[in-house]
Structure formats: structure tokens, C-alpha cells
Design a protein around this ligand. Structure first.
Ligand code: ADP
Ligand code: ZN
Length: 435
């Protein structure tokens, strides 16, 4: 039987969700127009007043906001309530440049934690569970979000933060953690560390993991599920919209339900800004429908994915987003070909390699170079150089089939590629240094 944290809203009919969205949107646009001069100016440039926005069908009239706007308006320019009414500040990880900050009222924190609570319950969490939160605590939203959600569900919460893997394992074993929350790359590392210490997947009490904050492939999911002996659930979010929990996976594991009563999602063509029909792949855009302190309208996430309204067996009615295949600015253009790091991860894991890899791009004689460093277990190779060369050639050929361009593969010994405790750094683009 499926459990829900807020059954009524999570399984509400489409009409009911639309009714809620329309009502909240009208109120939210007025709130922003009256309290955020930065956005009012953008609306005025388009000749818009709040009266022009009566329903979600009108949302496409509104101007977009982007990360550049957030940096422009840093730190207080998009704040919609007096600073006195705020109780929290969080910040992005700064993966793609200068960090931006977001503000929360107590109601905003509650709403965010409720979203995370929905995710934990969807992953099978109840008050019987021990939730090990191994996302970073601090300015990063991962730790705070899942921590708050775990409290709301009534789970016994282990606020580990990321890192200190030895202690993670000790507490996981001694205190019988049943659910672990961290980045997928850190989950893979914990799985690897458990095996090294002689633990089998069935030796721990974990049943589920809630992993997000960075792109990860289906192949990576299989790898983690096997090494930890759990079911691995995806969770998505960004600081600008509160943090993790904007969307989460249910037992079907076929995409993440977006909490549509709080966030209105659109898919646009990243080049033209045109709204694309349902089922198209494009850039995800969010409008926060009831956030008070930092209510972004039509925020461009730069994450590329597909939305689906196919009926879900879990009974939830909220639209599902596919795994983001990477951000539009994660996409590498190598010798004119579009390459996503996730494609490289898929090939590696399919070919039986570990998820420990690094991608290095450079330029030689005016041509882009692509080098992929991959760890290989010594048991897979003999001492013969020819063997290593054969394996490298095999992998390069599999990559060429997937990517359309051929990389140079370097098989390296175990433990030579740095492990990640938070968001993994997979790509080193040396071209940028010379541009
Ligand atoms: P930063 O943008 O500096 O990394 P955040 O910590 O707010 O700041 O990260 C949000 C971003 O992380 C999202 O826009 C998305 O690109 C990525 N992300 C979050 N969850 C997932 C997920 N489940 N799958 C893929 N990418 C994700
Ligand atoms: Zn579902």
C-alpha cells in the first residue's frame, strides 16, 4: 500500500490542482509586483500589470528570471518581505559561478520541509525509520531540507552532514540507519567503502536512499542499489526555489513528481524562450506559487528534462519530470558535437567500469581534445600492456558510438581519482583557461 505525507493534495484531481494554482498565482503575482521593484520593472517593460495574469495560461506573458538576474539583484534585490520577517538564508553551491542567496520566512521553511517530508514518505519513510542525513549541512540546502523533512515525518534523524566516511559507516551500523540521504556520488563512495571494510550489502539495515543535487544516470542507480542493498530514489530541487524536494521519486522510479501545488513548471526552448508542448525536451522553468520571502516567477533553471502526465501507479497525480540530463551549461561542445557528461557515465557503467572517472577537455593545434580517466580494478587486467591497450580501445569505441566523437581513454589504478563527499567534479575544461 502506498503511503503519502499529504494524501489529499498529492492525489488531487487535475482540476483541483489547476484551481489551486490559478488562485495562488493571482495572489503571488500581486505580491511580487507590489513588493519587488526589480520584477515590477520587468513587468512594466512588457506593459503588464497583475490584472493581466488571471490563470496559469497567462503565465507565458510574464518575463523570465535567470541566474544573471539573481546575481544582479544580489543580495536583497528580489526580497519580497521585510528582512525582519525572514528567519533563514541559504545559498547555492556555486557549481556554475558566483553563489546566490535565498531568503525564507518561517512559512517558507515549513513549506520546503513539507516537500522533503513527502519525498521521505514516498521512499517508504515512517516514524519507525532512522534517517542518516549525509548531505552537507550549512549554507547548502541539502542537509537542512532533508533534516527538516525527516523531523516532520517523525523519523529518528541522524544529522551527519557529509564527509568523515569512517564515522558515517560506524553510525550507520551502530545506530541501524534505514534511510540515507546524500549526493549519488557520495552514496557510491560509501558503498565502495563498505565493501572495502568487508561488509556485504545485506549487513546494513538500510532500505532506501534519497539522492540528488547532481545529475546521475540509471546505471549509477543500479550500481548504488546493488552496493548498498537498497532502493535508490531521486530527489530534485534548487536553492532558488527553496532546495531539494521540489520534485521527488515514488516507488515506480520513473521520474519525479513535481509538487505542483507549490511550483508551476513549464518547459521552454532554451534558445527562443518559447513554451514547448507537453512531452518535449527543454529547459525547466519554475514559478513559486506561495513562497513569501523569495518568490521567483518564471525562473529558468537551465536544467534540461521532459515532463510527463502519464498516470502513475502510486496514485499521485502531480506531473513527473524526467531525470535532468544535465544543465544546459553542463553540455560540452567538443569538436562541434554536443556531449553530456551523463552519456559518458552511462557507457562506463554499462561496460562494467566504476563510477570513478574524470573528463578532461583541452585544445591542441586548434582541435578540441577529450580525455577520459577511468579507474580499473587490477583484477580485470593482466600485466600485459597489450591487454590495457585493448581495454582502452574497446571503451573508446563504445564511447564513439554513444557520443559521435572518439575520446582518448586512460585506465588508471584504483583510488587515483578524487572521491566526492558532495557534488562531484567530473569535468575539467582546460579550454576555458586559454580563451
Ligand atoms: P548550484 O546551482 O550552485 O549547484 P544548488 O545547490 O541550488 O546550486 O543546485 C541546484 C542544481 O543541482 C539544480 O539546478 C540541478 O542542476 C542540480 N540538481 C539538483 N538535484 C538534481 C537531480 N536529482 N538530478 C540532477 N541534477 C540535480
Ligand atoms: Zn508516482
Amino acid at each position: 500500500m502506498t503511503n503519502y505525507y499529504q494524501k489529499e493534495i498529492e492525489t488531487a484531481s487535475r482540476e483541483e490542482i489547476l484551481r489551486i494554482q490559478n488562485e495562488k498565482l493571482r495572489k503571488q503575482v500581486k505580491h511580487v509586483y507590489e513588493n519587488v521593484p526589480y520584477y515590477r520593472n520587468l513587468m512594466e517593460e512588457k506593459g503588464l500589470t497583475p490584472d493581466d495574469i488571471q490563470s496559469v495560461d497567462d503565465i507565458r506573458k510574464l518575463p523570465f528570471l535567470s541566474k544573471a538576474d539573481l546575481r544582479d539583484a544580489y543580495p536583497y534585490g528580489l526580497l519580497a518581505v521585510p528582512l525582519n520577517d525572514c528567519v533563514r538564508i541559504q545559498s547555492t553551491s556555486g557549481t556554475t559561478g558566483k553563489r546566490v542567496v535565498a531568503f525564507y520566512t518561517q512559512d517558507d521553511v515549513d513549506l520546503w520541509e513539507e516537500c522533503c517530508a513527502r519525498a521521505i514518505v514516498a521512499a517508504g519513510g515512517t516514524e519507525e525509520d532512522v534517517v542518516q542525513v549525509a548531505y552537507g549541512y550549512g549554507l547548502f540546502t541539502g542537509g537542512a531540507g532533508l533534516h527538516g523533512g525527516s523531523h516532520k515525518v517523525g523519523c529518528l534523524t541522524l544529522p551527519m552532514s557529509s564527509g568523515n566516511t569512517e564515522r558515517q559507516i560506524q553510525f550507520m551500523m551502530d545506530l541501524n540507519s534505514t534511510i540515507i540521504c546524500c549526493t549519488p556520488s557520495y552514496a557510491a563512495f560509501i558503498g565502495e567503502s563498505l565493501a572495502e571494510r568487508g561488509y556485504k550489502p545485506e549487513d546494513n539495515k538500510l532500505k532506501a536512499g534519497i539522492f540528488g543535487a547532481e545529475p546521475w544516470t540509471e546505471e549509477m542507480r543500479q550500481n548504488i542499489q546493488k552496493s548498498l542493498g537498497i532502493k535508490a530514489y531521486d530527489i530534485y530541487g534548487l536553492t532558488e526555489t527553496s532546495g531539494p524536494g521540489v520534485a521527488f521519486e515514488c516507488e515506480e522510479q520513473t521520474g519525479m513528481h513535481i509538487n505542483e501545488d507549490h511550483f508551476y513548471a513549464e518547459i521552454i526552448d532554451p534558445d527562443t524562450g518559447e513554451v514547448l508542448p507537453e512531452g518535449s525536451k527543454g529547459e525547466l522553468v519554475f514559478t513559486a506559487l506561495d513562497k513569501e520571502a523569495f518568490p521567483l516567477l518564471r525562473y529558468r533553471t537551465r536544467d534540461i528534462c521532459v515532463l510527463s502526465r502519464e498516470k502513475c501507479s502510486c496514485g499521485r497525480t502531480h506531473v513527473k519530470m524526467s531525470k535532468p540530463m544535465g544543465r544546459s551549461d553542463d553540455m560540452l561542445i567538443i569538436r562541434g558535437v554536443n556531449v553530456f557528461p551523463s552519456q559518458i557515465e552511462t557507457v562506463l557503467l554499462n561496460e562494467g567500469y566504476t563510477p570513478n572517472y574524470q573528463i578532461e577537455i583541452g585544445r591542441k593545434n586548434n582541435t578540441d581534445t577529450l580525455d577520459i580517466y577511468v579507474e580499473v580494478d587490477p583484477s580485470r587486467i593482466s600485466d600485459k600492456i597489450a591487454d590495457i591497450q585493448d581495454m582502452e580501445a574497446g571503451l573508446a569505441s563504445a564511447m564513439r558510438t554513444m557520443l559521435g566523437i572518439g575520446p582518448k581513454i586512460h585506465l588508471v589504478p584504483p583510488k587515483t581519482i578524487a572521491r566526492s563527499e558532495g557534488k562531484a567534479v567530473r569535468v575539467i575544461d582546460n579550454r576555458k583557461l586559454h580563451d
